[in-house]
Ligand binder design. Structure first.
Ligand code: ZN
Length: 64
């Protein structure tokens, strides 16, 4: 399998110095900016949204 390195996927821009930093790096190699860990919060939001949808679905089914 060939990996296309020109794709923007897997990179993020440092908000401090605007350097393109690989996504697996938690710290900017240029200025040392530490990226905030968003994965846990995003996961929590995703689960929360899913539970809300499920609750709404149940409410709708119970109502009918
Ligand atoms: Zn930086």
């Amino acid at each position: 399998m060939k990996v296309d390195v020109s794709r923007p996927f897997g990179k993020r821009e440092c908000p401090s110095c605007a350097t393109s930093v690989p996504a697996n790096h938690n710290r900017c190699p240029i200025c040392g900016y530490a990226f905030p860990a968003l994965t846990d919060r995003q996961q929590g939001l995703k689960i929360g949204a899913a539970l809300l949808m499920l609750a709404l679905l149940f409410a709708l089914l119970w109502w009918l």
